[in-house]
Design a protein around this ligand. Sequence first.
Ligand code: ATP
Ligand code: MG
Length: 597
Amino acid sequence: MIPVVTAIVATAFAVHYVLAFWAVGQLASAAAGVITAVLAVRVAWWFAFPGRGLPRNRVRAMRIRVRLGLRPGPGHATGFECWWRWGRFAAFRRSRRARRSLPACRRYWRPSEHSFLVGWAYRTHRQLAPSEEHAVVMAPPRARKTGWVAKVILHWPGPVVATSTKCDLFALTSGIRSVLGPVHVFNPQRIGGVLSTFRWNPIRGCEVVPVAIRRADAFAHAVSQKGVEDATFWAGKASDYLRAYFHAAALAGGDMRLVTGWVLSHDTAGAEEVLHRHGSDEWAAQLAQLRGQAAKTAETIRMTMSRALAFMGDPVLAASVLPSEGQGLDIGEFLAANGTLYLVAEAVGGGGEAPVAPLFACMAAEIRYTAALAGSVQPGGRLDPPLLMGLDEATQICPCPIPSWLADSGGKGITIITVCHGEAQLADRWGDHGKQTILDTSGVKIWLPGITATATLEAASKLTGDTAYTEHGQEHSTRHPIMTDAMVRQLPNGYALVIRGGLSPVIMRIPVAWWDLRYLLARVRGRAVAEVHAVDATIPVPDAMVPAEPWPLGDGFRPAPVSPGTPHPWNKAPAARRTNGNGNDGNGHAGGARDGR
Ligand SMILES: Nc1ncnc2c1ncn2[C@@H]1O[C@H](COP(=O)(O)OP(=O)(O)OP(=O)(O)O)[C@@H](O)[C@H]1O
Ligand SMILES: [Mg+2]
């Protein structure tokens, strides 16, 4: 009996405890469920709506939200705005004007034909800007500026002129660009071992007065006048005389050596005599004025001219403007064939500018002029497909008059991307007014992380505008910047603050060329870098190029033979090419890089 009672009591206790534990477990799991649900709703709410409460640490909140692919806060573009204003449909709406030649379905399905990818907003929104809008990129060194420009170049539908202080743009884009058209390199300093594919004589064509004026203007205005009062006045004066020299040299059948000789010898008589002989008496009279100028004035003008021609003092650089037959570049053909031209140079010495900067500026001006002229006879009065001028490190190596170009280039089918380290660099080269013009006329403004120039940060912060926030413990709202200076400076790596026209600011993930699928595939197949035909640097300047009149500078200025150097390291050994044995591609052009692909 007793064991039975004991067993019953024990069973009752066991059942009681099991039931008790089960009830507590139920309660606990129910409580956990409620807490999880509340938290989930709270987090979901935070994800969807950034809220008007001012975060205690705005930088940290912005960085977390950006990294999670969320809208960073009030005032930033919403997802709908990103789709409506920046998406494929938005690009399509504006594309007819930019690319009249394309049918509507092609414009819709291939936005890269008329727009360029600026970045990705909130992970899923592709942000496109029309190809007729210029862009300015501001960032410190190593911030992926070049990577972004290279990505734009990879997908650009038309001809491209790209400047850089390194061969990075060439290495990232030339292989893919060579499928679209010929690839040319102009690298007189031989940076990175990549040799030039052509030489360019700026004097050829200067028999025509407007050409001489245009080229002399480009040379004179490219000279840095840092610290000089009335810089534009002196550049204008130098241009007045330089154009007469260019014209005279062209009439005499000479080249840059003749011009350099005249300028350095302070002797205008030779040029005047040539101009008189060819009936250009007005130009001769203009040149004669240089002798009549006050000593200090004449000295400043001569200094500006000689600085524009300083690169002629280096025989290797001088060789780049002395082409033999078939070594030149036909700019019209280059544009028509959707070519890509890489202008590579770097600053030497303390000047902060490359010695060939005036030459590059002149060439870029000539290409822009030819493109505008070609576009003026096309439907809509613009070049189709458009020309991209990707001016990386423009202030150092291609100081063209970007402020004035930006004003009317977009409507001519010429898009300019200016890359710089900050506003100070722009002001240094083009003055405060020029800097402001660049910022005003560049539709897309991009700030990458790491900028420390306070003026640039303040300007960026001011442009984002402000919005209402409720501070902790307060009931009313107060106005605060959408992005503070610190937030712009501390953007997460790989992201950028972008402002376009009248649209809300967007923080985007910036695409770079080295993660581009086409580039990666080309790399796997060993075709990422184009095989270009370098002009043989050992070819001496032919005697036929030397005019009958003795060179004022003597033989010292004739380019010395230069060792050809090893083939540049970017490429494999060149495959069999369709050459005629003298470095030309059979069309009389150096550097055709279609390389049988
Ligand atoms: N081909 C590549 N693949 C992977 N990463 C790269 C490649 N080229 C550059 N990077 C990385 O990207 C960063 C800088 O990129 P990029 O050269 O575009 O910057 P940048 O702003 O143009 O710099 P700089 O002012 O020196 O020209 C570096 O950290 C570098 O390691
Ligand atoms: Mg760079």
